[in-house]
Write a protein that binds this ligand. Structure first.
Ligand code: ADP
Length: 585
């Protein structure tokens, strides 16, 4: 499910608001409770004043205490509303956060290989985590902070006007100074906070690169140089933080100063009015209470502005990512590919990567019959993997067509096409979890018996049985590290489960011991029976067992034939073969 269309035509704020829509009931509840909180805060000084002015002088003590009891009850209710706003308000934020995360994740799954070529994993990860954090902070508190603050400011100001308008105007006159001071220092704070973030990113970069390169650093005995680089980044971060806290301290002390001055001005001017008998003590006390009620949301509002800016900056980056359209999409009238025999035709294909001016493949034509095994060989960087990636449509051919069972892959639903193809990559990726789950990845509804059978056929069963918890052994960082050869066999087991009619196998280039090599070879052979197989081959044994061999050399197919034919031809293949043979003997 992509939301690309909605993201394209709408503005940022409307998109942001649209995330509240499914949760409008919670939103409404949140706002009503927030309004009740404001009302209790606004009414308290007014009601106390009325009680003191009207009830006490007339000795209506029972009524006075009844009003006080009612106020106490109002605060009990306020506590309940506060609980609802804090708990449900955050829950609303959490739900939105989950929705935003889900949309982003789904969208990123839809993006094609070309997108991941252009964007670095680390940066994308920071977008999925860092940006979302700021967006959700805004989503959690934004609307209610804005609402409570605005209602309180307007309400308090209105009430101050009715108590003594001259005094209210004095307070009002101070507001622009507040706003000016706040916006000036906030700008500085924002700058300082961006600086802190940049330096933190620097530290993270250093840590990431140092930890990933730890083995190399140790091998070159360069730990000191690594530490020096890290310390420099750490010092810069410390300096940036010092700058940030200086601005923050300046801002907070400035605010305290202004508030103090405002109180003095109010009391002084109020005292003057009392002197002139235009105001009484109770009114002045009530007024002073409203000044506090009035100032707090102004401070909150200026913090909100900062939160809003940061959250929106994150949200803009999120929307930009959501607006990236996958290069490869299903055509509106795309067909399902079913009942595949496994006939592949690469028809006069030329392919160029976006980032490179030169094509990798030029006018390549290749026909693979159902059930045939074709070994693709050639120098490194010649385009073998590229050719194989065009068949499951990870990239689209720049020119020419790829046909599976006579159907152009661009006219098929990607899901149905890829369901018919099993791919064993050179660098197999295992997900965090058990071996069992990793094999089951090939077909999530497979039974235990099928999974065990697949492991046996992939010749990984014995290895699994020797692991501490058998099939339930955790793999990866929190568990057993598998060797390259074992990973490949887990991947082969996945494909046995998937049971597709077409196979693309990328043999590992790294050296394997002869037992492992033989096991992988026999697993590959078993897998290939009855399936159309393209195998990027590096080993002599694999090459020899193929029906046909093609040599790809940087612009296309240089040679094609059986091992025998190509050896007799004494060309590129014969040279590669001789070179390998001399290395492996
Ligand atoms: P082989 O599998 O024969 O070693 P590849 O198909 O991996 O060769 O690469 C062919 C050429 O395309 C190389 O020059 C390589 O640098 C380039 N290449 C491979 N993948 C990408 C990519 N994702 N983006 C840009 N260039 C690429």
């Amino acid at each position: 499910m992509t939301h690309t269309k909605d993201f394209k035509s709408r503005g940022y704020l409307r998109i942001f608001a649209s995330y509240y829509k499914p949760h409008w009931k919670l939103f409404l509840l949140d706002m009503v409770c927030a309004l009740c909180i404001c009302l209790v805060d606004l009414l308290f000084p007014m009601v106390s004043r009325a009680a003191m002015q009207d009830l006490l002088p007339n000795k209506l003590y029972t009524a006075f205490f009844a009003v006080m009891a009612a106020l106490a009850l109002a605060y009990v209710l306020k506590g309940v509303f506060y609980f609802i706003v804090t708990y449900w308000g955050h829950l609303l934020g959490v739900r939105m956060e989950a929705d935003i995360r889900r949309d982003l994740f789904t969208h990123m799954q839809d993006l094609s290989f070309a997108f991941y070529d252009k964007n670095r994993t680390g940066q994308l990860m920071s977008r999925v985590t860092g940006d979302l954090f700021e967006i959700t902070e805004l989503a959690h508190h934004g609307p209610e902070d804005l609402f409570i603050s605005s209602v309180t400011i307007l309400g308090a100001f209105g009430i101050m006007l009715t108590i003594r308008w001259q005094l209210a105007l004095v307070v009002f006159a101070v507001i622009p100074i507040f706003i000016l001071f706040t916006s000036l220092t906030r700008k500085k704070m924002m700058k300082a906070s961006i600086e802190v973030k940049a330096k933190l990113a620097g530290i993270n970069g250093e840590v990431e690169s140092s930890i990933s390169g730890m083995r190399t650093a140790k091998a070159f005995a360069n730990e000191d140089a690594e530490s020096a680089k890290f310390n420099a980044a750490n010092d810069q971060f410390r300096g940036a933080k010092r700058g940030y806290y200086r601005v923050m301290a300046f801002y907070q002390s400035g605010m305290e100063f202004f508030m103090g001055i405002l109180s003095v001005v109010v009391i002084a001017f109020g005292g003057f009015l009392i002197m002139k008998e235009q105001m009484d003590f109770i009114d002045l006390t009530t007024f002073a209470l409203y000044v506090t009620t009035f100032i707090t949301p102004i401070r909150k509002l200026s913090a909100f502005v900062e939160q809003f800016m940061q959250g929106m900056a994150g949200f803009k980056r999120f929307v930009e990512l959501m607006r990236v359209e996958p290069d490869i999409q299903d055509a509106p009238d795309a067909r399902e590919l079913t009942g595949v025999k496994g006939d592949i035709l690469v028809d006069d294909v030329t392919f160029r990567y976006e980032s490179s001016p030169e094509p990798v493949l030029e006018h390549v034509t290749l026909h693979v019959s159902p059930g045939e095994t074709v070994a693709v060989v050639g120098p490194s960087g010649g385009g073998k993997s590229t050719l194989c990636q065009l068949i499951p449509r990870f990239y689209d051919a720049t020119q020419g067509r790829i046909l599976v069972d006579g159907q152009d892959v661009r006219e098929l639903k990607q899901h149905s096409l890829r369901a018919q193809i099993g791919i064993v990559q050179q660098d197999v990726f295992l997900f965090a979890g058990t071996i069992y789950d990793n094999i089951r990845y090939g077909r999530p509804d497979a039974t235990e018996a099928e999974i065990v059978e697949a492991a046996k056929r992939a010749e990984i069963y014995d290895d699994i049985m020797e692991m501490p918890n058998g099939f339930q052994t955790q793999v990866g960082e929190r568990g057993v590290m598998l060797s390259g050869g074992q990973k490949q066999r887990v991947s082969i087991a996945r494909i046995f489960l998937k049971n597709p009619p077409i196979l693309i196998l990328d043999e590992a280039t790294s050296a394997l011991d002869s037992v492992t090599e033989a096991r992988i070879q026999s697993a590959f052979d078993a897998l290939a029976v009855g399936r159309t197989t393209l195998i990027i081959a590096h080993r002599l044994s694999t090459i020899r067992s193929a029906h046909r061999i093609i040599v790809i050399d940087g612009c296309g197919i240089a040679e094609e034939g059986t091992h025998q034919q190509l050896m007799e031809r004494n060309g590129e293949y014969a040279k590669l073969y001789q070179a390998q043979k001399s290395v492996s003997v």
